[in-house]
Design a protein around this ligand. Structure first.
Ligand code: SF4
Length: 62
């Protein structure tokens, strides 16, 4: 799976970056950004959790 953060929706709460720092980081505008690579299989459950936990539904599987 791959994920993408919509910067228009991200409110920079930090939940995803805290939960899966291997996949999410901050961009220069202070919004979360996801790695463009395929999510490692062992992290898929946490990434799915991060999608569900995002308060603004800014994270989507692509
Ligand atoms: S959980 Fe959602 S709103 Fe919070 S930093 Fe991540 S993408 Fe942005």
């Amino acid at each position: 799976m791959k994920v993408r953060v919509d910067p228009e929706l991200c409110i920079a709460c930090g939940a995803c970056v805290s939960l899966v720092p291997e996949v999410y980081d901050w961009d220069d505008d202070g919004k979360a950004v996801a790695v463009e690579d395929e999510v490692p299989v062992e992290m898929e459950d946490e990434v799915k959790e991060s999608i569900e936990d995002c308060p603004t539904d800014a994270i989507a599987e692509v």
